[in-house]
Design a protein. Structure first.
Length: 264
């Protein structure tokens, strides 16, 4: 949701409208006609037609034979570039994949991106339930995932309060923590444990754990590592999970520092 109070004084309306068109088309996998796009974006049909034609020329939308528009391949190219930028040096991805193979659990890296908690890299594990929405770029559920909790725990209480106020505490499952007070207690328990966890708070039957990889004064340079597994395995193997996750975090930190040295 856009904040009207944060609207820049030099906002370029045509660019803003084109992005709204692109967002609307992206939310409709079956495609939209120009009239449908215009209605959803609250634009005139003439304006929408010009915007859609431009986006089609640039490859960001595709016109199908039935006259509807879907997202174009340029979107996939931009997504691959985003994932590559997020992932960092190749050695980081290698460390992530080794952790997934060693444990069988899917592993995720996360950090603050533009002030929001986001997954920045992932490696699927054979023993973890598949989560098609938790992929690089995913930026929901900071209060309901271990990855999000590990990052929220690095903030001051005032910063956490502002974050939760801005992005809310949606109930993903009946056990999701939906009040700041409950979350504060949970984060404190995670700090004592040496690992943030959640069980069934994001997806029923699923658990996740997370530790900090990089702690930095700059919020956007902080990095955490998380893994997901069936909830039953967290109940019986929490100490093993913490040991494996901590070791994997050290490997990721070493890979990250090695890549930064190589590019210095």
């Amino acid at each position: 949701m856009r904040d009207p109070l944060a609207e820049p004084s030099d906002l370029i309306r045509s660019v803003s409208r084109a992005l709204r068109v692109l967002e609307s088309v992206g939310r409709a996998p079956r495609g939209l006609t120009v009239k449908q796009i215009a209605r959803r974006c609250e634009l005139t049909v003439a304006t929408t037609y010009h915007l859609v034609r431009t986006l089609a020329y640039e490859g960001y939308v595709i016109r199908r034979e039935d006259g509807t528009y879907i997202v174009g391949l340029e979107i996939a190219d931009r997504y691959r570039e985003l994932v590559s930028a997020f992932r960092g040096p190749p050695a980081v991805g290698d460390a992530l994949r080794r952790a997934a193979i060693d444990t069988g659990y899917s592993h995720y890296l996360g950090r603050f991106v533009g002030g929001r908690i986001a997954v920045t890299a992932s490696a699927e594990g054979a023993r973890s339930p598949f989560l098609d929405d938790v992929a690089p770029g995913f930026d929901e559920g900071g209060h309901a995932t271990a990855l999000g909790k590990a990052l929220l725990a690095t903030l001051t209480p005032d910063q956490r309060s502002r974050y939760l106020r801005d992005y809310g505490m949606r109930a993903f499952t009946p056990t999701t923590l939906t009040t700041p007070e409950a979350l504060e207690g949970d984060l404190a328990a995670g700090e004592r444990r040496g690992m943030q966890i959640e069980m069934g708070q994001f997806r029923q039957g699923l658990a996740s754990a997370a530790v900090v990889v990089v702690a930095d004064r700059d919020m956007e340079r902080r990095l955490v590592l998380a893994c997901s597994m069936p909830a039953a395995e967290m109940l019986t193997s929490a100490r093993v999970v913490r040991a494996k996750l901590t070791a994997a975090a050290r490997n990721v930190a070493e890979a990250l520092s090695g890549g930064e040295s190589a590019t210095a």
